[in-house]
Design a protein around this ligand. Structure first.
Ligand code: NAP
Length: 511
């Protein structure tokens, strides 16, 4: 099936985009639209998108429910072929979509293109996974019994995603959902709907049957809430804040559905006295500041051995103060704006509060408005020293370009401090000592653990997710995605009785 273009038209030179429901691009039932603006320049209107409501959600869920049986029974090889084709389509548009990602989200062009390339890799990966065996054969107590498991899809899955990886995260949820035979209703973050449109276009053009993938854009209250409450939705995969994740937990506990939550982090990078300092510096700065610190795996605490905390902090200050902050489309830019004005103001407020709480501000410290940056959502890369690990800055995810340095005496205290937060997403250790590295891997409470590399690195073929408050004890990506997007069926097959056995039974065993 070749889908119609997503554009519903242009108004005043600005393009408008519809929902994708039942294989067709269409406006919201209300006809209402919402605006999406470039965070680097709020005068730049990226597009207008369908401001959907409950009626649109009901139509999308109905389309997904209607398509579910046919898609479940489509061969895995055919599903794999569609994902592979979608990968090729998106790959042919990587430069364009990467630029659009940067325009609507604000990360640098290199990061925007890199993330879109990652989405292509994920589509390819799940095209391969779709062809892997999914069941297991077991010995039975009865030698004649064929005993095995097979995995079956959940049915209609709701995919709810944040703005900070606006194409990679939707892809790493939607690709496995489809690969394992589910149909999808996708509600993207309202700050980044264009990337969602581009991903759906690629999958639709690759030949997904109508209703298998549906996109509904619009506000959380108008779209997200009715979606998670719809009884026909049997699986919900959500990535976002702990506050919203907590609400979803309650709603789903009442009505029953399979729920996956991937939430926030307060990720530590521990630097021991024996670390290669130059190496650690680069990784701590990149981990904290790339994407303006708006990664769930961003480094937000540098936990540094007291023996080197003074000179290490001074070198961090030099590096952080020297970062080039500006228009993310320009090649020399290292840090773009935050995703919108609201987030920039929120993070600036957190910086102010941390200063009042006693942390020592040594770089950055608030909004940047000079050199044209007043038109965007810019916050200076910010470094605090003498951070109390139990303060708000030491405990809460700020989701911005803010790093706090905490001084500790040795490895044991470092790990104890690192673990003393409610989150457990990712963590790094910098050391040359293999024994300490192994002890760290054993002791740290995090779902993703790095030794001598930054907290934010993640490859798509391995499980991704956190411990404690950072997730719902499930994992995404790699083969782990199969556990969420499928349910097990256990099958006992016994041979029918032979004619001789039937005759024996009829004659009471006298034959
Ligand atoms: P958010 O405010 O929780 O929103 C996430 C998504 O949920 C958006 O699509 C949002 O829609 C929707 N939503 C909000 N309230 C809802 C409700 N009551 N019912 C249904 N849907 C609802 O999070 P965010 O600000 O976009 O993302 C930042 C957070 O995501 C950070 O905490 C970060 O750590 C976390 N994150 C975690 C991971 C991970 O893998 N662990 C990865 C990336 C990000 P609207 O956009 O319309 O509000």
């Amino acid at each position: 099936m070749v889908a119609a273009p997503s554009r519903a038209g242009t108004a005043g030179g600005v393009e408008t985009y519809g929902n994708f429901v039942g294989g067709e691009w269409r406006p919201a039932a209300s006809g209402d639209l919402f605006e999406n603006r470039n965070p680097a320049d709020r005068d730049d209107l990226v597009g207008r998108f369908a401001a959907s409501g409950e009626e649109d959600v009901r139509a999308a869920v109905a389309a997904a429910a209607e398509a579910a049986e046919g898609w479940r029974l489509t061969s895995a090889i055919a599903r794999s072929g569609i994902l592979l084709k979608a990968a090729a389509i998106l790959e042919s548009r990587v430069q364009q979509v990467g630029r659009e990602l940067t325009r609507e989200e604000g990360k640098t062009l290199k990061e925007g293109i890199g993330e879109t390339t990652r989405a292509v890799q994920i589509l390819r990966y799940y095209a391969g996974e779709a062809q892997q065996p999914t069941g297991e054969h077991y010995p039975s107590m009865s030698p004649a019994t064929l005993l095995y498991t097979q995995r079956e899809p959940l049915g209609v899955v709701a995919v709810i995603t944040p703005w900070n990886f606006p194409i990679a995260i939707p892809t790493w949820k939607i690709a496995p959902a489809l690969a394992y035979g589910n149909t999808v209703v996708f509600k993207p973050a309202s700050l980044t709907p264009l990337c969602a449109v581009r991903l759906v276009e690629a999958l639709a053009e690759a030949g997904l049957p109508p209703g298998v993938l549906n996109l509904v854009t619009g506000a959380a209250s108008a779209v997200g809430d009715p979606l998670v409450r719809d009884e026909r939705v049997t699986g919900i995969t959500f990535t976002g804040s702990n506050a919203v994740g907590g609400e979803l937990r309650k709603i789903v506990a009442e009505r029953g559905a399979k729920l996956q939550l991937e939430l926030g982090g307060k990720n530590p990078a521990i630097v021991l006295a024996d670390a290669d300092v130059d190496h650690a510096l680069g990784h701590v700065v990149n981990g904290a500041m790339m994407s303006a610190g708006q990664k769930c795996t961003a480094t937000s605490r540098a936990i540094v051995d007291r023996e080197l905390v003074g000179p290490f902090t001074e070198r961090l200050r030099e590096r952080i103060a020297g970062l080039v902050v500006g228009d993310p489309q320009r090649p020399e830019t290292q840090i773009g704006p935050l995703v919108d004005e609201g987030n920039a103001e929120r993070v600036a407020g957190e910086i102010e509060r941390a200063t009042q709480d006693g942390a020592r501000l040594i770089a950055g410290g608030g909004r940047l408005t000079d050199n044209g940056r007043g038109r965007g959502a810019y916050v200076a890369p910010t470094l605090f020293a003498d951070v109390d690990p139990d303060s708000r800055l030491g405990q809460e995810e700020l989701f911005g370009p803010v790093l706090g340095v905490i001084a500790v005496d040795g490895m044991d205290e470092a790990v104890a401090v690192a673990n003393r937060v409610r989150f457990g997403l990712s963590a790094s250790l910098f050391t040359r000592d293999l024994g300490r590295a192994l002890a760290f891997v054993q002791g740290i409470q995090a779902g993703i653990v790095h030794v001598n590399s930054e907290t934010a690195g993640a490859e798509p073929q391995v499980p991704f997710g956190g411990m404690k408050g950072s997730s719902s004890y499930s994992r995404e990506q790699g083969k782990a995605a199969r556990d969420f997007f499928t349910q097990l069926k256990t099958v006992y097959i016994d041979p029918p009785p032979t004619p001789v056995a039937v005759a024996e039974r009829r004659s009471g065993g006298a034959a």
